[in-house]
Design a protein around this ligand. Structure first.
Ligand SMILES: [Ca+2]
Length: 288
């Protein structure tokens, strides 16, 4: 991919500098008139062409496949954005079916090139590009919080995806409390789809396995503004059931490493607590 433009630039530079120098010499000594002058100029041209052709044909099948897939992924993104734009203009439900069909077909074509660096990844890339495109569409719609319908909420302002809490008695129950260490390891491990005590990873909340505890700064971004606030719990209701109490951040107190910073969703108060105490936890990951 990158060797061709560099080769063109290099050859052009060599030819440019050489021809300038050669022009000066030619004007000074009238070299063009001689057989040697023509022979040297011809040789330079041939060397340049061979160098360029050599670089251009040096693309491997793997590079061709990778480059083609990149192009198709970009076209898929564009196709989705266009469909989003059409839905905005017409008010009709957005329809990605043509984009999906096109991508699937073109991906198969790309994979017919032997030695692709990756194969069988159309669904994976499709999901990733779709998530990126959806995120942009929501951001442009001026929507801040989006309930993804799978137990997660996306904040288009910060680019963070949050765990939605419930009152169902399971892993995501708002009443579960943890020491800081348990929140950082066991709780997050389970949200990421590992069984209690480790084991094999499957699923993960919303199909993701890169959940983590929020930093102190991240945690404060979902407090209702301005805070301390009069609303209890101090958070948008889109985040589901929320304990009106302190939630752990991942950030250790700078003054006392036995403590970690927390945010109270009772009224938006900020503080730090001994890590051995038990408080509430809400997982986060980087969207999309
Ligand atoms: Ca409960």
């Amino acid at each position: 991919m990158r060797t061709v433009p560099r080769a063109i630039v290099t050859v052009a530079l060599i030819l440019g500098v050489t021809s300038q120098a050669w022009g000066m010499l030619a004007r000074r000594f009238r070299l063009w008139e001689g057989f040697m002058g023509k022979a040297i100029l011809g040789a330079l041209l041939v060397i340049g062409m061979v160098a360029f052709a050599g670089q251009a044909t040096a693309l491997t099948d793997a590079q061709k496949c990778e480059a083609t897939k990149l192009k198709r992924a970009g076209q898929y993104n564009f196709c989705r954005a266009k469909a989003d734009g059409k839905a905005v203009k017409t008010g009709d439900p957005v329809d990605y079916s043509k984009c999906d069909a096109k991508l699937t077909g073109k991906w198969a074509d790309a994979e017919s090139i032997p030695m692709c660096p990756t194969t069988g990844d159309v669904t994976d890339i499709q999901d990733q590009v779709a998530a990126d495109a959806d995120f942009i569409a929501l951001k442009l719609a001026g929507v801040r919080f989006v309930d993804n319908g799978d137990g997660t909420v996306t904040d288009t302002q910060t680019g963070l995806m949050w765990e939605k809490k419930d009152d169902g008695g399971g892993l995501h129950d708002k009443d579960n409390t943890y020491t800081w260490a348990d929140a950082m390891s066991e709780f997050i491990s389970e949200v990421n789809g590992y069984g209690a005590g480790g084991g094999v990873q499957t699923g993960g909340l919303g199909g993701h396995s890169d959940w983590r505890m929020p930093t102190y700064v991240e945690l404060t971004t979902i407090l209702l503004q301005p805070f301390p606030c009069g609303t209890m719990p101090c958070i948008d209701s889109i985040f589901g059931a929320t304990a009106t109490d302190s939630y752990w951040s991942s950030t250790t107190s700078s003054a006392n490493t036995s403590n970690a910073y927390d945010s109270s969703f009772f009224n938006g108060g900020l503080g730090n607590q001994q890590k051995t105490n038990t408080f509430y936890a809400r997982a986060v990951r980087n969207a999309p």
